[in-house]
Each structure stands twice: as C-alpha cells, then as structure tokens.
Design a protein around this ligand. Structure first.
Ligand code: 3H9
Length: 692
C-alpha cells in the first residue's frame, strides 16, 4: 500500500488499483482529497501493471460534497478540471464504489467515473441549493443525461437525496451490491471490466435524454411555477434552472462552462454566505460548553403532558410520532375530549394527504392515554406542563406534580415567558426542572428552546437536547429571562410596529416590508393569526391601545373574521378601512402628527432593536452564541435562511452601521434605541457577532 497523501491510499490487487479516501467525518472533497484523488488516479493510470481503478471511501460515507468550510477562501489543491481529466478522461476504467451519502461534489465526482456501484442503503443527491449554490462540477450537465431532464430538475431544485431504487432506474448506478461487500464487489466488477474489455463509458456522451427535452420549454415553465413560491426571495434556484436548461440547449462543454460560471457567481453572494453559515450554526447549536457529548442521559419511555389545548395537543403529537406513549391530562372532560379529537383530526388530515397510513394513525392514537387526574402522571419520565400563562397556576401544578411524579422524573414547563427558577422553587427537585418551550403549532414548528434553570443539572439538559433531536426538533439552549431568546427579541419588534402605526404607517405597510424582507408574515398578520386577545381581558380593557380597541370591538383576529385586517370566508386578508379610521382617530386623540414613513425606516425600526436585544442576551449569557440566536429566529419565526438570522444580518450590514442607526433613533425617539454595551464594544474593537 502506498500513501498518496494524508487522506488517500493506493493499493493494488493484482491488476486492479484501489484508491481509498479516508478523511473523516464525511470525506468532504477538500483540497487534500481532491489532490489525493487526482494524484492517485494519475499514478494508477501511468502504471502499466494496472488495468482498472476502483475509487472507494473509508468510514461512514462516500464523499458527501465539497468541503463547505473552504468556500470563499483562496483555492488550493487540485482543481476540478484536473480531477475531471484524471477521472472521465482516464485511459482505464474507473469505478466508483459508493456507500453512505454521495452528495454534491461527491456525487459529481462519481458521475465523472466510467462506472458506479452502490450498496442498497446508499443515498445520492445535490444539496447545493440548500447552501445557496448549484452543483459546480458537472452535476447539472451529467445527471439529466441519465435521469432525464424532469427528474434532474427535481433533484437539483429540491436538494433532497434519492435512494437506490431511483439510482438503479435512472442508470445512476450500474450495479447494486450486497451491504458490507462493497470492496469485493467493486473488485469483481473491475475484473469483469478488464476481462470483457468494457468501454470507458462517459455520461457526457449520452445525449438522447437531453435531446428529447429540446424544444419543450413547458418542462421548465412548470418547474418555474412550482418553485417560485417555495423559493420566494432565494436566488440560486433560478441559476439551477438555467444550468439544467443549458444541458438541453447547449453542447456538453458549453453547458459545463455555463454551470461553472453560475456556480462561481453564487459562491460569494450574501445568500450563499448566509446559508453556509446556517449549515454550521445548525450543527453548533447542539454543542453545550459545559455539557459534554458523553453526559449521561435519562431514559424517556413515557411522557406526560398537562393541558390538552392547542399547545398541549401539538406537544403530545411529537412524542406519539416517534412511538413514545403520552398521558395527557386536562381538568374537564369536555376539554380533554376536544383535545384528543383535535389530535386525531390532525392525524386524519395527514393520512388524507397520503403522508400517514390508517394503521399509523391507529398506532399513534393507541399510544395516547387521556386522563382527568394528575395522578396518572406518576409513572412518566418527563412531564411537560402546557397550561395558561399564569405563575400562580403553574406553581400550584408544579407543587402537586412534585408529589406525584416519580423520583428522577423531569418536570418541564412550556411557558413562553415566565421564570423557570421561580416555578422550580416550589418543588423538591429544582435540579430536575427546566423549560421546554415549543412554538405553535408545536407539531410543526422545528424550534425548541430548552430553558436552563439556575439549578438544572447537566444530565437533565442533555436529556432534553437528545429528546429534541429524536422528535425532529432543532433545540437551542437558552437561559431564564422574560421571553427567553425568541419572544424577548420579538417584543422589540412588536413595540416598534405599534409605534409605527401610530406615527404614520398602516399595519399593511409594516407587514409588507417585513414580508418582502423574507419573513412569512409581518407583525400584524401574525397577531391576527395568534389572536389579538392573548393576555387581554374585557374587565381590564380601557381603550388605551389600538389593540385594546380592536379587542373591545370583537376584532380579535382571524378567528373572529376581523383583526388588524378584514377576512373573507377563505381567511384572505384585506386592509381594513375600519382599522384605518381607528388608527387615525386614535393618533389624533393622542395628538400625534402623522408622517409618511419610508420602508427603510420601517425595516430598521423593526429589526435593529431586535439585534440590540440579541446583543444584551449574549452579554447576559442567555444564549450561548450569536448563531444560536439565529437558529431560534430561523426555526421559530421563519426568518429567511438566506439572510442567516438577525445576528448574521447585523454582521453582514456591519455592526457599526447598526450602532450608528440606533444612536440616530435614540437621539430623536428615545431610550428604546439605547445601544447595548456589547454592540458598542464590538464596534470599538472592529469585531462581528460571529467573532464572539
Ligand atoms: C458542493 O458539493 C459543491 C459542488 O457541487 C461543487 C464543488 C465540488 N463540508 O451533518 P453531520 C461536518 S456543496 C464540511 O452532523 P450526519 C459537519 O459540520 C456541498 N464539513 O453528520 C459536522 O461537523 P462537526 C454539498 C462537513 O451524519 C460533521 O461533518 N454537500 C460537510 O448527520 C458531521 O456532519 C452537502 O451539502 C461538508 N460538506 O450527516 C452535504 N458535511 O462534527 C452536507 C458535513 O464538527 N452534509 N460536515 O459538527 C450533510 O448533509 C451531512 O453532513 C451528511 C451526514 C448527510 C453527509
């Protein structure tokens, strides 16, 4: 065996050379891997004793794509054209032996080889679109030549991996081989290639499928329509369409050039930078400085949920979905029945869409035990309280629960705002109490804020994080403060939104600016969806805010057919003349001289105070890192991934610019805009939030 470099080995089995890549964790196509591949293949090609070459990977996967951390840095190592010349242009059959995930540049590299073998569990795909990119090493030119244009469009635009069935159908793999026998099978295939003089098969020469799509622009029009909504605000998907279209319209080499140019143009864009940042942020968020990976976790075999309302029901579904039994407790039979019926209806609806079988629905419902008595929670390993936001009620429940729950059971509150330490203080086990803050609808939204109390022990935190992963959530560890990370920052935006409609904007102006920025809806549409009467009571209402006036008029949001907007039967929102008049009258009564507010100011007023609050959260240690805050906003509030989250956005425009604007607002509008000391410090040191 000879080492080509630190990550590549070349061995010979008779007249077959085996080039093995070993670059954990995922054999990313780094400079070193590219160079190892180029040099190893060249060496084998030059050796007269070698008649065929197998490329295979050690560890858990075939090459899972380009090394994302190298993007945006000066190029090093073998270039892609060199790699292509060595592989596709090689003088001897080259066979890629695939296990795990052949993704992005890894899949492209396999497509440059003359033949491909894979085990049944192998996955293939182009996830580049999720990084704000398109394949840059021929993926958009070669895949359509195998799969046909429509299938290739789906793979490239969705970014979703496909499995062996399609790989075989499309001719992406030439042979499927037994799991665990990849190397032997590849050697046998190479033997056959040598003995039967198999040709140096090049995908680039197979033109039938791309020619078949020529003169059929409707193929592209259909996809364009389908993705325009899904990718609202994103840039890369249009480039992906153009690249696949080039495979149809242009000769292979010209298509390659076009793809390459589109790829290179995308790499430095703000969107691609943001999406790369998010890729790593999503992985960092699980890491907790003082809770190492090997912290013991407690087994969670059974979960209790207190409250069968929208939240409690949604929370329960997460566990039922993964086979964990749930006991759900309510105080009144009617509420309990309603909660259970809602869960069933949700599952039935999913089944109607074909995403669950009737048997799945039965299994999941079979795991649910409704009860009217807290005593039923005695054997649960974790109990999540999801009742009304009232400290006294929560304390009362935790006091009782502490008596009922078995020793070692974790007690969690789903509170969105309240102090977890105060809740924990009424129990004999504050070390086993924490917050698990789900976002509505809890069975859909990916975010979970895991709230660490002052006394919460490490295994309890580790258990909550592990469980979050199991139920498919993205969990961010946060500290105790009013509203934690997400809602604490949201409060800043909501306050400014209310001020803006008093000063001169209309709710739909503010919403449009926020929607155009990329969020799924603006603050007023969101209030209408959630209900304006959350935390409002008829008795205490004194027409002292626009919201109070609307609630008093029974305009409580979508559920009453009217809120900040008017709604029709289909719940389509229309700007409301009634609300417009209410706002104008209210402003007049308050003596406000309304003015036209530019969109730019609306955006800055809504977002800069959030960034400022994020800085305070970081300084107080309520979030571990700026990127965790961004993960909260992307997964809990629909912040557009292509803008990387509020803290990344601040880095992108420049913390100095944010600071200057805050100071300007502070001078004219007061202390709501007082810059956070951490922001001042960052600017003084010329740093970014990412540097913290
Ligand atoms: C591309 O290929 C462009 C080309 O078209 C053009 C040029 C050739 N780079 O996800 P995990 C790290 S674009 C660098 O937790 P899993 C990851 O950060 C690329 N690092 O494991 C983590 O590090 P840590 C297209 C990478 O088992 C560790 O590996 N390819 C890369 O849940 C484990 O990752 C992709 O977008 C990378 N490419 O999932 C594929 N990949 O331990 C991206 C992973 O320090 N990767 N890391 O936190 C994935 O989708 C998943 O990692 C994979 C494994 C499915 C492979």
């Amino acid at each position: 065996m000879s080492a080509i470099n630190a990550v590549t080995d070349l061995t010979c089995e008779g007249d077959i050379a085996v080039l093995t890549i070993n670059s954990p964790p995922v054999n990313a196509l780094s400079a070193e891997v590219r160079s190892g591949l180029r040099d190893g293949v060249r060496q084998a090609a030059a050796d007269p004793a070698v008649k065929a070459i197998v490329v295979i990977c050690a560890g858990r996967t075939f090459i899972a794509g380009a090394d994302i951390s190298e993007f945006g840095k000066p190029p090093k190592g073998a270039t892609l054209p060199e790699l292509r010349n060595a592989l596709e242009g090689g003088p001897k059959p080259i066979i890629a032996a695939i296990h795990g995930t052949a993704l992005g540049g890894g899949f492209e590299m396999a497509l440059m080889c003359h033949y491909r073998l894979a085990v049944p569990s192998a996955k293939f795909g182009f996830p580049e679109i999720k990084l704000g990119l398109i394949p840059g090493a021929g993926g958009t030119q070669r895949l359509p030549r195998l799969s046909g244009v429509e299938n290739a469009l789906e793979v490239v635009l969705s970014g979703a991996p496909f499995g062996i069935k399609q790989a075989r159908e499309w001719g992406v793999v030439d042979e499927v081989v037994e799991e665990g026998k990849l190397r032997e099978a590849a050697l046998a295939f190479a033997r056959k290639a040598i003995d039967t003089h198999m040709p140096l098969s090049k995908i680039r020469d197979r033109n039938e499928k791309v020619e078949a799509a020529r003169g059929h622009p409707e193929i592209f029009d259909k996809v364009r329509r389908e993705y325009a909504r899904k990718y609202r605000g994103f840039e890369a998907w249009q480039a992906a369409l153009r690249a696949v279209q080039a495979a149809v319209d242009l000769p292979f080499e010209d298509g390659m050039k076009l793809e390459r140019q589109e790829f290179l143009d995308l790499v430095p864009t703000a969107q691609a930078q943001a999406q790369r940042y998010v890729f790593f942020a999503e992985r960092k968020v699980w890491k907790i400085a003082d809770v190492p990976e090997d912290t013991p976790v407690l087994p969670i075999r059974k979960v209790g949920v207190i409250g069968a309302g929208t939240m409690g029901g949604g929370i329960s579904m997460n566990f039922l979905n993964v086979g964990i039994p749930v006991t759900i407790v309510e105080t009144a039979q009617e509420a309990l029945d309603r909660g259970v019926a809602t869960i069933r209806r949700n599952y039935d609806n999913t089944a109607k869409k074909g995403r669950l079988t009737a048997a799945d629905v039965t299994t999941r419902m079979g795991l649910l035990s409704p009860d009217l008595n807290l005593d039923a929670l005695a054997d649960c390993d974790l109990v999540i309280e999801a009742v009304y936001e009232d400290m006294q009620i929560k304390k009362e429940i935790f006091r009782k629960l502490d008596q009922i729950a078995k020793k070692g059971a974790i007690l969690a509150s789903n509170t969105s705002y309240l102090n977890i330490d105060e809740i924990a203080s009424v129990t004999s086990r504050p070390d086993y109490v924490l917050g698990m803050h789900f976002f509505s609808p809890a069975n859909v939204m990916r975010l979970l804020e895991v709230v660490r109390g002052e006394k919460t022990t490490r295994p309890v935190i580790a258990t909550a994080m592990r469980l979050a992963r199991k139920i498919g959530k993205v969990a961010a560890l946060v500290g105790v403060c009013h509203g934690f990370v997400g809602n604490r920052m949201l409060a800043q935006r909501q306050r400014e939104a209310q001020k803006l409609i008093l000063e001169g904007a209309m709710p739909w102006d503010v919403d449009r600016v926020i929607y155009d920025f990329g969020l799924p809806m603006g603050p007023f549409a969101m209030s209408d969806l959630a209900g304006l009467d959350i935390g409002w009571s008829k008795e205490a209402s004194k027409s002292s805010t626009i919201r109070e006036i609307l609630c008093e008029m029974d305009r409580r949001g979508q559920k009453t057919g009217a809120g900040y907007y008017d709604y029709d039967e289909q719940r389509t929102a229309r700007p409301s003349p009634v609300v417009e008049k209410i706002i104008l009258d209210f402003a007049a009564k308050k003596g406000v001289n309304r003015r036209a507010i530019p969109d730019e100011e609306i955006l800055q007023r809504c977002i800069y105070p959030m960034i400022n609050e994020g800085a305070k959260i970081l300084a107080e240690g309520k979030a571990q890192r700026a990127s965790d805050i961004d993960i909260v906003w992307i997964n809990g509030y629909g912040w557009p991934v292509y803008r990387g989250g509020p803290m990344f956005y601040a880095d992108l425009i420049g913390p100095d610019k944010v600071l200057a604007k805050l100071k300007e607002f502070q001078a004219t509008m007061g202390e709501d805009f007082k810059p956070a000391p951490l922001l001042e410090k960052l600017v003084a040191e010329g740093k970014q939030f990412q540097d913290l």
